[in-house]
Design a protein around this ligand. Structure first.
Ligand SMILES: Nc1ncnc2c1ncn2[C@@H]1O[C@H](COP(=O)(O)OP(=O)(O)O)[C@@H](O)[C@H]1O
Ligand SMILES: [Mg+2]
Length: 207
């Protein structure tokens, strides 16, 4: 797979500012005349958006941990086939709000140690990492407070609570060491513009 575009992902705990910063970055790059595809997971293609509803809505116990990993992987496969790879092959910049690292964390850690299973399925069915991953690092309490301000029906994972948020924050920081070449850690505990400036500096340098 020799795609010409650039594949960027935003990762971090809930409420860290990923969606906000992904939009800001897309705006910055479009103003420069670059072709940008702003997308998200789970979802990002018609089929994957249908799977999104299955994994984010309804009873927290509706899927076993293993089934849930399969659903996330199925959604990602469709998203890769239909949205991400075609855009990269056309030389576009893909900005994805969450990707496989979120599955490594949430599905890999929160319901037992299933990280190896997540990685095996990733190798088998996805087989590609982002070129650059922006980890918005954030104090878990602040993140929770920000996330609580949102309303919606996608609440299957909303009861994660402060303890899990703390574990996830550390897990993401550990992941940034594991994949040190593609991760950049940005301090999200600052105002929007300061975070956006760091993100833009990192991405423009990478381009
Ligand atoms: N740096 C920031 N300072 C203050 N509020 C922020 C900041 N970044 C995002 N927010 C707000 O916090 C909430 C969560 O941000 P969002 O981008 O949705 O986070 P995520 O996608 O990581 O869950 C939103 O209401 C957003 O407007
Ligand atoms: Mg978001």
């Amino acid at each position: 797979m020799t795609a010409r575009g650039l594949f960027l992902t935003f990762e971090g705990i809930d409420g860290s500012g990923k969606s906000t910063q992904a939009r800001r970055l897309a705006d910055v790059l479009r103003v420069q005349g670059r072709e940008v595809v702003l997308t998200r997971e789970p979802g990002g293609s018609a089929g994957a958006e249908e799977i999104r509803r299955l994994v984010l809505e309804g009873d927290p116990d509706r899927w076993s941990a293993e089934t849930e990993i399969l659903l996330f992987t199925a959604a990602r496969r469709d998203h890769m086939e239909r949205t991400i790879l075609p855009a990269l092959e056309a030389g576009q910049i893909v900005i994805c709000d969450r990707f496989a690292d979120s599955t490594r964390m949430y599905q890999g850690l929160s319901r037992g140690d299933l990280r190896a299973l997540v990685d095996q399925l990733h190798d088998l069915m996805i087989g590609r990492e982002p070129d650059l991953t922006l980890l918005i690092d954030m104090d878990p309490e602040t993140g929770l407070a920000r996330a609580k301000g949102r309303q919606g029906s996608e609440e299957r994972f909303e009861d994660f609570g402060p303890e899990l948020q703390k574990r996830m924050r550390q897990g993401f920081l550990d992941l940034s060491q594991e994949y040190i070449d593609r991760f950049r850690v940005v301090d999200g505990n600052r105002d929007l513009d300061a975070v956006a400036q760091d993100v833009a500096d990192i991405v423009l340098k990478a381009l």
